[in-house]
Write a protein that binds this ligand. Structure first.
Ligand code: FAD
Length: 411
C-alpha cells in the first residue's frame, strides 16, 4: 500500500506505541521509528520516582529490543529529525540523511521549560525529561546536601520527596499559592503541602525564583524574586514543559500550544499525523482545545493514529488518567476538572486516604484520589460510561459506587 512506508518521529511512549499498534492493526509495509535518544524506548514516569532513589535502578524498556526486530521496525536511535520536506515527502535527519515516507507520525513529546533568569546556565541547574537528565540528577543528588526544586508540580514534588528520603535539605519554590494548582483540587494541594512539610521539605508558596547565583561555573545558591537567598548544591527546574512543535510548525502545520490535530490525530496535512505531548486537540466535551501530558494520552492517541492510517478510523474519546507517586503516597486523577463548578469529598484527608469528585453542574467530570485506588478505578469506569452518580452518593462512604457501573450488555 505504501511504497516508502511510515516514519514515526519520537521514540517515547507515543512513538513506540504507534509502531506496535500499526503492526497489530495489520500494517505490513516499511516502518521506521526515529528517536533522538540513544536508549530504546523506555518508561519515563520512573525517572522521577524509583530511578532517582537507587543507583542501580535501570531503565525499563517499553518493549524488548527483540520486539522491533521481530516486527520489522527499523529503529534509528541517536537520530534527530531536523525538517520535513512536504513536497518531496521526505524527512531530513541529522547528518544530512533523507528518509522518504508516505505517512509521517509526529510524536516528539515536549521539553522542560526553563525560566529566563540570570544564572540559569550554571552547572548543577538541571531539568528532568529523559534518561540522560535522570542520570545527571541522580549523580548530582548523590553528592548534594542542599537541593532547591523550582516548581511545585508533579515532577518537582516527586523529586523533592525522593531527595528528602535520601536525607537532603530540600526547598521547593512555587510561584502560585498552592501545589499542583493547575490540575488538582485545593484539598489535594493542601494535603500534599502538609505531607511534604511533614517529610521535612521547606515548601514556599507564592515564591517565584529571582536568579541563580554561582560560584565559578557551579551553582551555589538561589535567590527568590523577593531577595531571599537559599544555599543550593543543585537546582532542579520543574515548571512545566513546552511541546516540541517546531518540526510541524516549520512544515506549515497549524499550532496552538501544540500541533493541532483532529479526533483522528490528523494534522492539516493529509500525510502527517501527530500525537501525545506535542499534540493539541478540540476536546469533545470541554468545548476547548487541550494538550494533555500523560502516558495514557500518548498511548491511546497512538492507537487512534494507527487505526486512522490503516483505514479503520475511530475518533479519540478516551477518558484521561494520570498518577503521581510522592513519597509513599499515591495520587491518581481521572477526567479533567478544569470546567468543574463544585466538588464533594469521599473519605477524610486526616486519614490519609480520600477522593475529591468534581462536577460540572450535575455531571461528574473528574476524580482526584489520594491512596484510594479503588475510587480511581471505579471512576474510570463511571466516566467512560458517562455515568454521573449524585454528589451525595459519591460523598457517602457507605454507598458502593461499583454498583453504578453499567454492566456490559450481553449478546
Ligand atoms: C520525569 C517524568 C515523569 C513523568 N511521570 C508521569 C506519570 O507518573 N504518569 C504519567 O501519566 N505521565 C508521566 N510523565 C509524562 C509522560 O511521560 C509523557 O506525557 C509521555 O511520555 C508523552 O509521550 P510522548 O510520546 O508524547 O513523548 P515522550 O515520551 O516524551 O517521547 C518523545 C520522544 O521524542 C524524541 N524526540 C524529540 N524531538 C525529536 C526529533 N526531532 N527527532 C527524533 N526524536 C525526537 C524525544 O527525545 C523523546 O524520546 C512523566 C514525564 C517525565 C519526564
Amino acid at each position: 500500500m505504501f511504497e516508502n512506508g511510515i516514519v514515526v518521529v519520537g521514540g517515547g511512549h507515543g512513538g513506540s506505541q504507534a509502531v506496535a499498534s500499526l503492526r497489530a492493526e495489520g500494517y505490513e509495509g516499511p516502518l521506521t521509528l526515529v528517536s533522538a535518544e540513544s536508549d530504546i524506548p523506555y518508561q519515563r514516569p520512573p525517572l522521577s520516582k524509583a530511578f532517582l532513589k537507587e543507583a542501580g535502578h535501570e531503565l525499563l524498556p517499553l518493549r524488548p529490543a527483540s520486539f522491533y526486530e521481530k516486527n520489522d521496525v527499523t529503529l534509528m536511535l541517536d537520530t534527530k529529525a531536523l525538517a520535513i520536506d512536504r513536497a518531496a515527502r521526505q524527512l531530513r535527519l541529522a547528518g544530512d540523511r533523507l528518509l522518504p515516507f508516505d505517512r509521517l507520525v509526529l510524536a516528539p513529546g515536549s521539553r522542560a521549560r526553563m525560566p529566563p533568569i540570570d544564572g540559569i546556565d550554571h552547572d548543577g541547574v538541571l531539568s528532568l525529561r529523559n534518561a540522560g537528565d535522570a542520570r545527571q540528577i541522580r549523580d548530582r543528588l548523590d553528592k548534594a546536601g542542599d537541593v532547591v526544586v523550582v516548581g511545585g508540580g508533579f515532577i518537582g514534588l516527586e523529586i523533592a520527596a525522593t531527595a528528602r528520603l535520601l536525607g537532603k535539605t530540600v526547598t521547593v519554590l512555587e510561584a502560585a499559592d498552592r501545589l499542583m494548582g493547575r490540575v488538582v483540587a485545593p484539598e489535594i494541594s493542601a494535603h500534599f503541602l502538609s505531607l511534604h512539610r511533614g517529610w521535612g521539605s521547606d515548601i514556599r508558596l507564592d515564591t517565584p525564583i529571582g536568579r541563580v547565583i554561582g560560584e565559578g561555573r557551579s551553582v551555589a545558591a538561589v535567590e527568590t524574586a523577593s531577595g531571599d537567598r537559599i544555599a543550593a548544591d543543585m537546582v532542579v527546574i520543574g515548571i512545566g514543559v513546552l511541546p516540541n512543535v517546531e518540526l510541524g510548525q516549520d512544515a506549515g502545520l497549524a499550532t496552538d500550544n501544540g500541533i493541532v490535530v483532529n479526533a483522528l490525530m490528523e494534522t492539516g496535512a493529509p500525510e502527517i499525523l501527530a500525537l501525545g505531548d506535542c499534540a493539541a486537540f478540540d476536546h469533545w466535551e470541554l468545548g476547548r482545545r487541550v494538550r494533555l501530558e500523560s502516558v495514557q494520552n500518548a498511548v491511546d492517541q497512538a492507537k487512534t493514529a494507527a487505526r486512522t492510517i490503516v483505514g479503520r478510523p475511530a475518533p479519540f474519546r478516551e477518558v484521561p488518567w494520570f498518577w503521581s507517586d510522592q513519597g509513599d503516597v499515591k495520587l491518581q486523577m481521572v477526567g479533567l476538572s478544569m470546567n468543574a463548578t463544585h466538588s464533594v469529598t469521599r473519605g477524610a484527608p486526616g486519614d490519609g486516604a480520600f477522593s475529591v469528585f468534581h462536577f460540572d453542574g450535575d455531571r461528574l467530570v473528574a476524580i482526584d484520589s489520594v491512596n484510594r485506588a479503588a475510587d480511581h478505578m471505579v471512576g474510570r469506569k463511571l466516566l467512560a460510561a458517562g455515568s454521573s452518580p449524585a454528589p451525595e452518593l459519591c460523598a457517602d462512604e457507605g454507598f458502593d459506587l461499583k454498583s453504578l457501573i453499567p454492566r456490559p450488555s450481553r449478546g
